[in-house]
Design a protein around this ligand. Structure first.
Ligand code: FAD
Length: 368
């Protein structure tokens, strides 16, 4: 089958992808399904339903315990009960949003590869999926991180007789009742789940480094400086790094609660895993029934491999959301835009840049 021509393919229908779709439509791009538009777009999303990664977050991640959700452009999040599960409230909001603006989101459609149609830098990018192939002038990649949980390797990991899981597979604390749980990781989810699980289980918390606790509120200059640091990293093609590596850890209510109950006791990272527990750097042994890896996520970008954009350092060179080495490609929700507010802005900025490209092309054609 011939590739389907389209001006813009958005890969991923989470916060970043929907923001891009909204701005595309707002700026005169028509849904591909309507055909015949002068400029068309389509969103391809691997998930079975609206909601991006939110539909997979654990049940106990409530509206009151998320870090703060920035609404999608043009439509406010309806008031929600703070005790409601974010995995229910936010996917319902996303579904309503897609319907309200009649966005062209196709699912489940998994993009398996993006490659250049030919060597012409003004030519098209082929977006291959588990169904049709699309030939796009521009690709906005908004695939998030949820599908790539990061799971570090430690000696003896495969010998462990208990259960190992990543937070991506966490359901609720109840399943650990009465057990001894080693929780690995100094990020927000590590501390949040430490507090939660310690109500029903015996917990032992390990992190590679001492968490960088900050007493102060994360004020705007500090936030701007942190984002500038990540922008600089991705411009140089370095991996963006974890959120905590730039923001530090702030005293959230659950962190204070864990501290007050005496469970926020950090131990250094173990050196090896054995059948029934973990070996500590001082040679002591800590028994464990469960090891919970709260060790973060990595950008889900394997489908971009045919473009050969990955740097030796393992990142992508990106400036203002655009790939420096493949200007037809935008990476949004990546690096500095990896938050709900950042994803919104990056979607808007990618669309502005595409429109500016079109204007340049038109001006060039007129001159010629
Ligand atoms: P996602 O929501 O992950 O959407 C990506 C979409 O792309 C998914 O639907 C996925 O199916 C699809 N996809 C992936 N690969 C393919 C492919 N090959 N083909 C087709 N589709 C594909 N940020 C905040 O601002 N506030 C918070 O409170 C907050 N809490 C968080 C809690 C947790 C536990 C985590 C892990 C992150 C949190 N974040 C939070 C960061 C959050 O990930 C972003 O803010 C935002 O939700 C990410 O949106 P996104 O669109 O980039 O990614």
């Amino acid at each position: 089958m011939d590739p389907v021509p389209v001006d813009v393919v958005v890969i991923g229908g989470g916060q970043a992808g929907l923001s891009a779709a909204y701005h595309l439509q707002h700026r005169g791009f028509t849904p591909l399904r309507d055909g015949a538009g002068e400029r068309t777009y389509v969103v391809l999303d691997a998930n079975p339903a609206p909601g991006g990664a939110w539909q997979h977050r654990w049940q106990s991640l409530r509206m009151a315990t998320v870090n703060g959700i920035h609404e999608l452009p043009g439509h406010a999040v309806p008031p929600a009960d703070p005790s409601a599960a974010s995995r229910e409230v936010l996917p319902a909001y996303f579904a309503d949003y897609e319907e309200r603006f009649a966005l062209d989101v196709r699912r489940p459609v998994r993009v398996t590869a993006v490659r250049r149609a030919d060597e012409d830098p003004a030519g098209r990018l082929l977006v291959e999926t588990d169904g049709a192939t699309f030939a796009a002038r521009h690709v906005i990649n908004a695939t998030g991180t949820w599908t790539r949980p990061f799971w570090p390797r430690y000696p003896g990991q495969e010998r462990f007789r208990g259960r190992q899981l990543h937070v991506a597979d966490y359901v609720s604390a109840d399943e650990f009742a009465g057990k001894r749980v080693v929780i690995v990781g100094a990020g927000v989810s590590g501390v949040q789940l430490l507090d939660e699980i310690s109500h029903v289980a015996d917990t032992f918390w390990v992190t590679r480094c001492e968490p960088d606790w900050r007493e102060d509120d994360f004020d705007i200059p500090a936030r701007v400086a942190a984002i500038a640091g990540v922008e600089d990293r991705v411009r140089r093609g370095l991996p963006p790094g974890s959120v905590i590596s730039v923001t530090g850890m702030h005293w959230t209510p659950w962190a204070r609660a864990a501290q007050a109950r005496g469970v926020l006791v950090r131990h250094p990272m173990f050196t090896a895993i054995e059948e029934d527990g973990v070996r500590m750097p001082d040679g002591s042994f800590e028994p464990a029934d469960v090891i919970l890896w709260a060790t973060g996520f990595r950008p889900a970008l394997d489908h971009l491999a045919p473009l050969h954009l990955r740097t030796p350092e393992g990142g992508f060179r990106v400036e203002n959301g655009r790939s420096i080495d493949e200007p037809r490609l935008f990476l949004i929700g990546y690096g500095p835009s990896q938050s709900t507010v950042g994803a919104n802005r990056a979607g808007r900025d990618a669309v502005r840049a595409i429109i500016a490209d079109e204007a340049d092309e038109t001006a060039g054609a007129l001159v010629a």
